[in-house]
Design a protein around this ligand. Structure first.
Ligand code: HMG
Ligand code: MG
Length: 318
């Protein structure tokens, strides 16, 4: 038998007092989702998914990756995806890009925003891009500047911030120093990533305390994987601490092929359902987003794990 619980130190709860009126959602399913699928998804199905996401009101969508087709055969058609998918006014289509060769491809395909990516842990970085962290940052020096000179916007990712499948705990100071380098190079925003979905709320607070001590909040986004069901709890901490940009993948599709156990991105529907329920606007039509999730499921030909995707949108008006 356990004794009575100790009285909380303070009774005044200030949770939810600093919530924003609106946030921005960055959709990654056509990239982070499809890169991890066994099935080869044909070009027309990828374009159908992108159209469904735009129809749901998403305004920032990462549509593909200009990486090596040997490493990520699922996105080998990146050039065609980018040439066919033209964003309507007010919508931004971006693509992952690891090096100058990727940048040349992105430019040729008319992409206006790229995202560079790097891990805070050496082993994951080596497995993901075949380079040390320092070598990767050097490759970015030759990518970010030229991209900006060409008029592109550049986003950055730092992976394995909450932990690494190979190395375990990762020192948040290492993530911070990489994030600062990316911002100094010209990335308008760095999406700090829980690649293996291992994070918990108190850890998130520690990481964000450190990041927000040295970077403006607009420069930080959260890219959570929901492998262990903690993504939303971590996002609530982020909201409270001032983060206004969150990545999602419709129906929870995806993961990182070079991070074992990384399956399960934060499902965009679950994120939007929670945000709308808390009175935070996203500009997204949740019913249409659920339709996009159904389209994603039929495109990949397997059940996808998102919770709202599975349970449906409960009408609060009934
Ligand atoms: P490498 O084999 O070391 O490259 O791969 P290399 O520079 O030695 O070149 C080898 C060959 O690849 C050459 O061709 C290059 O031209 C070609 P060859 O002369 O042999 O015919 N090559 C390329 N081809 C097309 N596009 C390019 C390109 N670059 C070189 N851009 C490389 C290095 C970085 C290319 C490779 O390791 C790679 O493509 N890795 C990508 C892995 C990946 O996409 N992982 C998933 C995305 S990251 C992620 O999911 C995490 C994230 O979601 C956040 C989170 O959750 O943590 C973002
Ligand atoms: Mg990811």
């Amino acid at each position: 038998m356990t004794g009575p619980l100790p009285e909380p130190k303070t009774r005044g709860v200030d949770l939810f007092e600093r919530l924003p009126d609106q946030v921005s959602i960055y959709e990654v399913s056509p990239r982070d989702g499809l890169q991890n699928e066994r099935a080869t998804v044909p070009l027309r199905s990828k374009l159908r998914l992108i159209d469904a996401l735009v129809a749901a009101g998403l305004r920032r969508i990462e549509i593909t990756s200009f990486v090596s087709p040997t490493w990520i055969p699922q996105l080998a058609d990146a050039d065609e995806v980018a040439e066919h998918a033209k964003p309507p006014v007010g919508v931004s289509f971006s693509a992952l890009c690891p090096n100058p060769k990727g940048l040349e491809r992105a430019k040729k395909a008319g992409i206006k925003e790229i995202a560079v990516f790097i891990s805070a842990s050496e082993t994951h970085n080596k497995k993901n891009v075949n380079k040390t962290v320092d070598e990767t940052l050097r490759a970015f020096e030759d990518t970010v500047g030229p991209a900006k000179e060409a008029g592109m916007r550049v986003r950055g990712y730092v992976s394995t911030v909450w932990g690494c499948a190979y190395e375990g705990e990762v020192d948040p100071k290492k993530s911070l120093s990489i994030a600062k380098r990316l911002v100094a190079m010209g990335c308008y925003q760095v999406s700090i990533s829980d690649t293996i979905g291992a994070g918990t709320p108190r850890q998130t607070k520690r990481i964000l305390d450190l990041m927000l001590g040295e970077l403006p909040r607009e420069a930080i986004a959260m890219h959570m994987h929901d492998t262990r069901g903690t993504a939303l709890a971590n996002i609530v901490v982020g909201l409270e601490m001032g983060i206004r940009d969150f990545d999602g993948s419709v129906a929870g599709m995806g993961g990182c092929p070079y991070a074992p156990g990384a399956a399960g991105n934060m499902a965009t529907e679950d994120l939007v359902y929670m945000l709308h329920g808390m009175g935070i606007a996203t500009g997204i039509d949740l019913e249409r987003l659920v339709e996009a999730g159904k389209a994603a499921e039929s495109i990949v030909g397997r059940e996808l794990p998102g919770k709202v995707h599975e349970a449906g949108v409960r009408s609060l008006r009934a």
